[in-house]
Write a protein that binds this ligand. Structure first.
Ligand code: FES
Length: 146
Protein backbone atom coordinates (compact mmCIF):
# COMPACT_ATOMS: atom_id res chain seq x y z
CA UNK A 1 0.00 0.00 0.00
CA UNK A 2 1.41 3.39 -0.92
CA UNK A 3 1.72 5.97 1.87
CA UNK A 4 -1.07 8.14 0.42
CA UNK A 5 -3.48 5.19 0.64
CA UNK A 6 -2.74 4.41 4.27
CA UNK A 7 -5.22 5.50 6.90
CA UNK A 8 -3.68 8.63 8.45
CA UNK A 9 -4.12 7.26 11.97
CA UNK A 10 -1.94 4.29 11.05
CA UNK A 11 0.86 6.22 9.36
CA UNK A 12 3.22 6.07 12.31
CA UNK A 13 2.16 2.66 13.54
CA UNK A 14 3.86 1.26 10.46
CA UNK A 15 7.02 3.20 11.26
CA UNK A 16 6.57 5.81 8.52
CA UNK A 17 5.91 9.46 9.18
CA UNK A 18 2.85 11.10 7.67
CA UNK A 19 2.80 14.49 6.01
CA UNK A 20 0.98 16.22 8.86
CA UNK A 21 3.41 14.85 11.42
CA UNK A 22 6.44 15.91 9.40
CA UNK A 23 5.06 19.43 8.88
CA UNK A 24 4.63 19.95 12.65
CA UNK A 25 7.88 18.19 13.59
CA UNK A 26 10.18 19.83 11.04
CA UNK A 27 8.62 23.30 10.97
CA UNK A 28 6.94 23.64 14.36
CA UNK A 29 4.39 26.43 14.65
CA UNK A 30 4.22 28.90 17.55
CA UNK A 31 7.66 28.18 19.00
CA UNK A 32 8.79 30.65 21.64
CA UNK A 33 7.74 32.31 24.87
CA UNK A 34 5.32 35.15 25.74
CA UNK A 35 6.12 37.81 28.32
CA UNK A 36 3.71 37.92 31.29
CA UNK A 37 1.37 35.21 30.01
CA UNK A 38 -2.17 34.91 31.41
CA UNK A 39 -1.60 31.15 31.65
CA UNK A 40 1.59 29.14 31.97
CA UNK A 41 2.56 25.54 32.70
CA UNK A 42 5.64 23.35 32.46
CA UNK A 43 4.84 19.81 33.50
CA UNK A 44 7.44 17.12 32.97
CA UNK A 45 7.01 13.42 32.21
CA UNK A 46 9.02 10.71 33.87
CA UNK A 47 10.86 10.25 30.55
CA UNK A 48 12.36 13.71 31.26
CA UNK A 49 10.59 15.54 28.40
CA UNK A 50 8.65 18.71 29.09
CA UNK A 51 6.60 21.37 27.33
CA UNK A 52 6.42 24.99 28.46
CA UNK A 53 3.13 26.54 27.35
CA UNK A 54 2.43 30.28 27.34
CA UNK A 55 -1.14 31.52 26.84
CA UNK A 56 -2.31 35.04 26.02
CA UNK A 57 -6.01 35.18 26.89
CA UNK A 58 -8.21 38.19 26.17
CA UNK A 59 -11.98 38.22 26.76
CA UNK A 60 -11.93 34.45 27.34
CA UNK A 61 -10.31 33.83 23.93
CA UNK A 62 -6.80 32.39 23.51
CA UNK A 63 -5.40 35.10 21.27
CA UNK A 64 -1.89 33.64 21.30
CA UNK A 65 -0.23 30.40 22.38
CA UNK A 66 3.49 29.64 22.28
CA UNK A 67 5.55 26.72 23.45
CA UNK A 68 9.09 25.66 24.17
CA UNK A 69 10.11 22.08 24.74
CA UNK A 70 12.95 19.76 25.33
CA UNK A 71 12.40 16.18 24.34
CA UNK A 72 11.63 13.79 21.53
CA UNK A 73 10.58 14.82 18.02
CA UNK A 74 7.03 13.64 18.80
CA UNK A 75 6.74 16.07 21.70
CA UNK A 76 7.86 18.92 19.41
CA UNK A 77 5.12 17.94 16.93
CA UNK A 78 2.58 17.67 19.77
CA UNK A 79 3.43 21.17 21.06
CA UNK A 80 3.01 22.57 17.57
CA UNK A 81 -0.30 20.74 16.98
CA UNK A 82 -1.60 21.77 20.41
CA UNK A 83 -0.91 25.48 19.88
CA UNK A 84 -2.47 25.36 16.39
CA UNK A 85 -5.58 23.70 17.82
CA UNK A 86 -6.13 26.26 20.60
CA UNK A 87 -5.00 29.55 19.06
CA UNK A 88 -7.95 31.86 18.34
CA UNK A 89 -10.35 29.56 20.22
CA UNK A 90 -12.50 30.46 23.22
CA UNK A 91 -11.21 28.93 26.45
CA UNK A 92 -14.38 26.79 26.61
CA UNK A 93 -13.51 25.19 23.24
CA UNK A 94 -9.80 24.82 24.05
CA UNK A 95 -10.85 22.75 27.06
CA UNK A 96 -12.11 20.07 24.64
CA UNK A 97 -8.64 19.61 23.11
CA UNK A 98 -7.25 16.34 24.40
CA UNK A 99 -4.54 13.80 23.54
CA UNK A 100 -6.81 12.08 20.99
CA UNK A 101 -7.40 15.31 19.08
CA UNK A 102 -3.70 16.17 19.13
CA UNK A 103 -2.85 12.73 17.74
CA UNK A 104 -5.52 13.09 15.07
CA UNK A 105 -4.02 16.45 14.04
CA UNK A 106 -0.68 14.63 13.58
CA UNK A 107 -2.15 11.67 11.68
CA UNK A 108 -1.48 9.34 14.60
CA UNK A 109 1.46 8.51 16.86
CA UNK A 110 3.13 5.16 17.47
CA UNK A 111 1.98 3.48 20.72
CA UNK A 112 5.27 4.16 22.51
CA UNK A 113 4.84 7.90 21.86
CA UNK A 114 1.17 8.35 22.74
CA UNK A 115 2.26 9.68 26.12
CA UNK A 116 3.81 12.68 24.27
CA UNK A 117 0.26 13.77 23.29
CA UNK A 118 -0.89 13.11 26.87
CA UNK A 119 1.88 15.44 28.08
CA UNK A 120 0.61 18.14 25.69
CA UNK A 121 -2.96 17.71 27.00
CA UNK A 122 -1.77 17.87 30.60
CA UNK A 123 0.25 21.02 29.84
CA UNK A 124 -2.84 22.72 28.38
CA UNK A 125 -5.03 21.78 31.35
CA UNK A 126 -2.40 23.03 33.83
CA UNK A 127 -1.91 26.31 31.92
CA UNK A 128 -5.69 26.91 31.98
CA UNK A 129 -5.79 26.11 35.71
CA UNK A 130 -2.97 28.66 36.13
CA UNK A 131 -5.08 31.21 34.17
CA UNK A 132 -8.11 30.68 36.43
CA UNK A 133 -6.00 30.88 39.54
CA UNK A 134 -4.38 34.16 38.38
CA UNK A 135 -7.85 35.61 37.77
CA UNK A 136 -8.81 34.74 41.33
CA UNK A 137 -5.54 36.25 42.61
CA UNK A 138 -4.84 39.31 40.41
CA UNK A 139 -1.69 40.29 42.36
CA UNK A 140 0.01 37.31 40.71
CA UNK A 141 -0.02 39.30 37.44
CA UNK A 142 2.22 41.84 39.17
CA UNK A 143 4.52 39.11 40.44
CA UNK A 144 4.43 36.65 37.53
CA UNK A 145 5.91 33.25 38.14
CA UNK A 146 7.74 31.20 35.57
FE1 FES B 1 8.41 11.18 26.57
FE2 FES B 1 8.08 12.02 24.07
S1 FES B 1 9.32 10.33 24.79
S2 FES B 1 7.29 12.93 25.88
Amino acid sequence: MSPEHQHPGHAQETGSFGEAFLAHALTPQNLGALPNPEGFARPQRDCGDYIELYLRIQDEVISDARFLTEGCVQVVACGSALTCLIKGRPVSQALQVDAELIQAELGGLPPQHRHCAELAERTLKEALRDYWSRRRSPWRAVYPRR
